[in-house]
Design a protein around this ligand. Structure first.
Ligand SMILES: Nc1nc2c(ncn2[C@@H]2O[C@H](COP(=O)(O)OP(=O)(O)OP(=O)(O)O)[C@@H](O)[C@H]2O)c(=O)[nH]1
Ligand SMILES: [Mg+2]
Ligand SMILES: [Zn+2]
Length: 378
């Protein structure tokens, strides 16, 4: 393979002559229109290519600049600047670092909950069109985990693809086709593609799938995301570490989210491996992952059927005739329950924050009383 364009380099404060154009970074007329008010203030557009402790690297038409996010880092973790955001950079005081004054509303965003105990969401990447979920064939498939990643991906608004990485480790084509089938059953409507960064298998199809638009690589640590990023970018842009063990856990090699321009067009974001994928308000995403169950549910006699012992239940009928695996229904129920819990928690948090705000503003009148009673502002 030969590649002409160099990737966006990170951690540089100087302008670079080989910097990609805004178009190559994904800029379009829609972004331009949204940016107009900032352009009128003399601010520069740029795409966040890396975020690192309150500072970020922003690729602008003049090269990559280091910028401080102090002005746009509110206490809400979902509103912090993240890789993939389009930022308005203050060109004033061309010193190092500059400041991000605002970022444009996101078209898509990956959000996961960081812990099951606290209701805190974490934003993983913004403005992504294709979510490539890397699943290593070096370890046993964990279908439940794939379903979680898919729910996160669908919910973000991006189109998911599952990549079965390290396919060179499964030399038997029949065995490989069974593995692909297994994953296809948990991923309706999602392409499942075996690939190998070592032999190049499947990479042409993957490149065609992600050409144009922004792609994010997601998956657990050691799945081979950065290795894939290096092959797709055509340069060793990410550090890769030899797996210390074969259980797929290993160490976390990648610790920041990094954005690169792909030589064939499009943009790639490599992300650190996720240990757990907690869902964050992902009802629609879960529905899409289990679309065949939701379709069956539409055929149940009762429209509020719990698919337990009701007569005329299409879901239990599908379990009985073997077309729907029990594991799949259990997994669906688990994710629906988990999602309800997190939404309830978030709502409670939002409610209590709004109440605090009311108190702070001294609004102790009728509206505040009403809010306390109903949990809603009138
Ligand atoms: N056999 C084989 N090994 C691979 C392939 N791709 C990656 N590996 C190996 O898998 C290990 C982990 O690869 P990485 O690319 O660092 O994994 P990662 O998903 O980026 O890991 P984190 O950054 O920790 O999330 C390394 O030892 C790679 O050499 C492949 O196609 N075939
Ligand atoms: Mg990595
Ligand atoms: Zn039913």
């Amino acid at each position: 393979m030969s590649f002409s364009l160099s990737p966006v380099t990170t951690a540089t404060t100087t302008t670079s002559s080989s910097s990609p154009s805004l178009d190559a970074l994904g800029w379009d007329s829609g972004w331009e229109a949204e940016f107009a008010p900032y352009a009128a203030q003399g601010l520069l557009p740029g795409r966040v290519v890396r975020v690192d402790r309150g500072q970020c690297d922003v690729a602008t038409a003049d090269g990559t600049v280091r910028a401080d996010t102090a002005f746009v880092t509110p206490h809400d973790p979902l509103r912090v600047v993240c890789t993939g955001d389009w930022a308005a950079v203050d060109p004033e005081g061309a010193s190092d670092p500059r400041y991000v004054r605002a970022y444009l509303p996101r078209r898509t965003a990956f959000v996961r909950s960081t812990s099951s105990k606290r209701s805190e969401g974490q934003i993983l990447a913004a403005n992504v069109d294709h979510a490539v979920i890397a699943v290593s064939l070096a370890v046993e498939l964990d279908l439940g985990r794939i379903e979680r990643f898919l729910a996160l991906a669908w919910e973000s608004g991006a189109q998911p693809t599952v990549v079965l990485s390290k396919a060179d480790l499964v030399p038997d084509p029949v065995g490989l086709s069974y593995l692909v089938e297994d994953v296809e059953t948990v991923a309706p409507g999602v392409p499942v593609l075996p690939v190998s960064s070592t032999t190049g298998e499947g990479l042409d199809v993957l490149m065609a799938t992600i050409a144009g638009g922004t792609t994010a690589l997601l998956g657990v640590s050691g799945a081979g995301k950065s290795t894939l990023a290096n092959v797709l970018v055509g340069e060793d842009v990410m550090a890769v570490q030899a797996a210390r063990d074969v259980d797929g856990k290993g160490r976390h090699t990648t610790t920041t989210r990094n954005l690169f321009v792909l030589p064939g067009g499009g943009v790639l974001i490599d992300t650190p491996g996720l240990r757990g994928v907690g869902l964050w308000d992902a009802e629609a995403g879960v529905g899409q992952v289990f679309s065949e169950i939701e379709e069956l549910a539409g055929e149940c006699r009762f429209h509020d059927c719990a698919h337990e012992s009701e007569p005329g239940c299409a879901v239990t009928a599908a379990i009985e005739d073997g077309t729907l695996p029990v594991r799949r229904l259990e997994s669906y129920r688990k994710l629906v329950r988990e999602n309800r819990r997190i939404v309830a928690k978030t709502d409670a948090r939002v409610r209590s924050e709004m109440l605090k705000e009311w108190k702070r503003m001294g609004a102790g009148g009728r509206a505040s009383q009403e809010f306390k009673r109903s949990g809603r502002l009138q």
